[in-house]
Design a protein around this ligand. Structure first.
Ligand code: ADP
Ligand code: MG
Length: 314
C-alpha cells in the first residue's frame, strides 16, 4: 500500500516553540507508520525545504502554536503550496488568534464573554478608569498570546501598570478583562458537517497556582483535569453548545477547543484554540479519549477530515 506522505510541522518561532516540539515528538510517535511516511519540518529552519519539497507532500499536520503557526500565516503558505493541512484555514486562524476580534464575534453569535478594554502600546492608560469600568480582579493579557504567557491577574490597582508592562512585552495590544470566578472548563469540537462536541474537561490547578498559568499547564501533576466535567447535564450541554457556536462563528475547520468559565448558570467564553495542544495527555486528546477515540485514531481522523475537505474543494 502506498503510504500517505505527511509533513509534520512543529517548533517554529513563537513563545510556545518548546510546547510545539514536545507535541511534535508525541504526534510522530503516535502516527501509524504503516499508513504514513512522515517528514518533519521545523518552520524556524526549514521553510525553504518545505517549499522545495512541497510536490512530494500529500498532507501537512500543523503542530504549531501561537504566532506564525496558529495565526493563519503558515496556513497561507500551505495554501499557496497546494498542501492540504488539518484544521482551520487562514481566515479562522487569524480571527481566533486575536482575542478582541474573537470576543466581538462571540458576542455577535450570542455568546457571553467577560467585559474588557483594549489598549495599544504608548497609549495613556488610566488605571482608575479601567478599574471603574471592569472592577477588580482584572485579568491582563496580550491580545495574541497563548499558553498564558504574559498574562497576570491583578487584585489591586497599584499592580495594574506592572501587569500591563509584562503583557506589552509580548504584544503591542493588550486586553484588560474582568476576572470571572467559577469553574474553568474547555470544550472540544471534532468534525465538519457532522461535527461532534467532545466530553467537557474541567480544569483545576492545584493550590500552588493562582490560575491556569504556563507552569500549571505544563508541569506534570500541577493540574487536575477531570473529564467529563462534574457539571449537571443541562450545564454540560450548554458548555458544549457554546463550544460548537464559537467553532462555527470563528470559521473553524476539523477541530477546535474553546476555553470557558462556568459561573452559576452562566458560561463565559474566553478564547478558542484552533491548534489545541497535542501531547497524548493534552486537553483535546484527553476529551477525545474519553469519547472513545484514542490518540492515534484522533490523528487519523484529523488527516481524514482534512483530505475530505480538500477533495471537496477540487
Ligand atoms: N476573564 C478571566 N477570568 C478568570 N480567569 C481567566 C480569565 N481569562 C483568563 N483566565 C485564566 O487564564 C488562563 C489563560 O487564559 P486564556 O484567555 O485561555 O489565554 P491563553 O491563550 O493564554 O490560553 C485561563 O485558562 C484561565 O485560567
Ligand atoms: Mg486558553
Amino acid at each position: 500500500m502506498n503510504r500517505l506522505k505527511v509533513a509534520l510541522l512543529s517548533g517554529g518561532t513563537s513563545s510556545e516553540r518548546n510546547v510545539s516540539l514536545k507535541s511534535g515528538d508525541q504526534v510522530l510517535d503516535a502516527l501509524d507508520k504503516t499508513k504514513y511516511q512522515i517528514f518533519r519540518f521545523d518552520p524556524k529552519f526549514d521553510l525553504g525545504k518545505l517549499v522545495a519539497e512541497a510536490k512530494k507532500i500529500d498532507v501537512a499536520l500543523i503542530i504549531l502554536h501561537g504566532l506564525h503557526g496558529e495565526d493563519g500565516t503558515i496556513q497561507g503558505l500551505l495554501d499557496l503550496l497546494n498542501i492540504p493541512y488539518q484544521g482551520t484555514g487562514v481566515l479562522g486562524s487569524a480571527l481566533a488568534m486575536n482575542k478582541m476580534v474573537s470576543k466581538q464575534i462571540y458576542e455577535q453569535a450570542g455568546l457571553l464573554t467577560p467585559p474588557y478594554q483594549v489598549f495599544n502600546k504608548g497609549e495613556n492608560i488610566n488605571t482608575d478608569q479601567i478599574i471603574g469600568k471592569i472592577g477588580l480582579p482584572v485579568v491582563v493579557k496580550p491580545l495574541k498570546g497563548g499558553s498564558s504567557i504574559g498574562m497576570s491577574i491583578v487584585r489591586s490597582e497599584k499592580d495594574l501598570p506592572y501587569a500591563m508592562d509584562i503583557a506589552f512585552q509580548r504584544d503591542d495590544t493588550v486586553m484588560a478583562e474582568k476576572y470571572i470566578k467559577g469553574i474553568e472548563v474547555t470544550g472540544g469540537v471534532l468534525g465538519n458537517k457532522e461535527a461532534i462536541t467532545l466530553p467537557v474537561v474541567e480544569i483545576i490547578p492545584n493550590e500552588a497556582y493562582e490560575f491556569f498559568d504556563y507552569s500549571a499547564k505544563y508541569t506534570p501533576g500541577a493540574t487536575n483535569e477531570i473529564c467529563p466535567a462534574r457539571l449537571s447535564m443541562p450545564l454540560t450541554e450548554k458548555v458544549q453548545e457554546c463550544a460548537r457556536i464559537a467553532h462555527k462563528a470563528l470559521c473553524c475547520h476539523d477541530y477546535s477547543r474553546t476555553d470557558m468559565i462556568v459561573a452559576g448558570e452562566d458560561v463565559y467564553v474566553l478564547e478558542t484554540n484552533t491548534i489545541p495542544g497535542m501531547t497524548s495527555t493534552s486537553l483535546f486528546p484527553l476529551a477525545a479519549k474519553t469519547a472513545g477515540i484514542p490518540f492515534g485514531q484522533l490523528l487519523d481522523k484529523l488527516i481524514e477530515l482534512c483530505l475530505e475537505r480538500s477533495r471537496g474543494k477540487m
